[in-house]
Design a protein around this ligand. Structure first.
Ligand code: BGC
Length: 365
């Protein structure tokens, strides 16, 4: 009788544990010692920019060091591909989703599916809009990125002392990327007073974000727009500065300018901003074509994301440092912000090479 009771209790408790596992919806395998390996689904926009590949690799390494499994997918900048990759991760019942959206407006349905299945979501670098299910957001201070670009232009043209006027043209990032508006607003917070004072002149007259935004952050589209600006507004005048929000767009702008003879003794390159510290742009900075880039150390962003996920999984308090800025239309998403910094010809060695972010060999001509 005693034996039978014991057996029954064993069956009941095993059943209870299995039920608990099903209820938790965990995809985890049992590890020795009984704890579980959690799987993190990581959805990145594309490999077109070095930075996203670095982000994916850094996260994979750091999650695996902490005994997580990862499923890292890149969506080749195709929204339907990204949606179906995330749907697959949900079907596989990953434990947490980390997502950098291609189109911030296009993931509300898939995030709702994740929420239904109690899968927490961390928006990575770019905010996911109109989605209740976004739990946290890890990114760089996007407004500050623009401020650094604007301030760099003001300092290099010495606008505090010089009367000018100087000619400037403005570029914006992808209109469906929530970051792009922050970058632009940050830059304009610095540049607008000089435009109002007529120390800076936008000869094309194009200052509206929707007019200057570059779909998909595409360098070739930026090059075509710069070609148009040069042939319509700069047949007689020089352009002195170009606000380019990232390196991909700066590369397009530089090609266009070189095409009409900028970068020679009698026609010097304008001040050209950028962002991401892509190797090609750092080479261009060393060659005095592009002038600066905003460096966002993606290793640090990956570390922050891993820490937040770790805290989410453990049910601990997730550390954030911004609870006001990032409203996705449904909620203000608690955010952890990192600081961007300027890299130019004078400091790139210290900032980019000594930190190990890029190798000297990658930025040599
Ligand atoms: C990122 C930038 C990047 C751009 C294009 C933005 O959301 O914050 O670092 O240059 O997307 O991929």
């Amino acid at each position: 009788m005693k034996m039978k009771l014991k057996k029954l209790m064993l069956v009941v408790s095993t059943l209870a544990v299995s039920l608990l596992l099903v209820a938790c919806g965990s995809s985890g395998d049992k590890k020795e010692g009984g704890s579980e390996t959690k799987t993190i689904g990581i959805s990145m926009p594309s490999k077109a920019l070095e930075r996203w590949e670095k982000d994916g690799n850094f996260m994979k390494d750091q999650f695996e060091k902490k005994d997580y499994k990862t499923d890292v997918q890149y969506a080749q900048d195709s929204v339907p591909t990204q949606v179906s990759q995330i749907e697959n991760m949900i079907t596989k019942n990953v434990d947490v989703l980390v997502i950098a959206p291609i189109d911030g407006e296009a993931l509300s349905d898939v995030v709702a599916k994740a929420k239904k299945q109690d899968i927490p979501v961390l928006a990575y670098d770019r905010l996911i809009m109109h989605a209740e299910g976004v739990d946290y957001y890890a990114t760089f201070d996007n407004f500050k990125v623009g401020v650094l670009q604007g301030q760099f232009i003001v300092d290099k043209l010495n606008l505090e002392k010089e009367a000018g006027p100087f000619n400037i043209e403005l570029f914006g990032g992808a209109p469906d990327d929530n970051n792009a508006k922050f970058f632009f607003d940050g830059a304009m917070s610095i540049l607008q007073p000089y435009i109002d004072d007529k120390k800076l002149v936008v000869k094309s007259g194009q200052t509206d974000f929707n007019k200057i935004a570059i779909k998909n952050w595409d360098g070739a589209t930026a090059q075509a727009r710069m070609d148009n600006l040069l042939s319509s507004a700069y047949t007689k005048d020089q352009v002195d500065a170009v606000l380019a929000p990232n390196d991909a767009i700066a590369v397009g702008v530089v090609s266009s300018l070189k095409g009409v003879g900028y970068g020679k003794e009698d026609r010097k390159m304008p001040i050209i901003t950028g962002q991401d510290a892509e190797a090609a742009s750092v080479k261009s900075i060393i060659a005095e074509e592009q002038t600066m880039t905003v460096f966002k150390n993606t290793q640090k962003l990956a570390e922050a994301a891993v820490k937040m996920v770790d805290e989410m999984v453990a049910g601990e308090k997730v550390e954030v440092n911004d609870k006001d800025t990032y409203d996705n239309g449904k909620k203000v998403v608690p955010t952890y912000l990192l600081e961007p910094v300027v890299a130019d010809k004078d400091n790139y060695k210290e900032i980019l090479i000594d930190s190990g972010y890029l190798k000297e060999s990658e930025v040599k001509k």
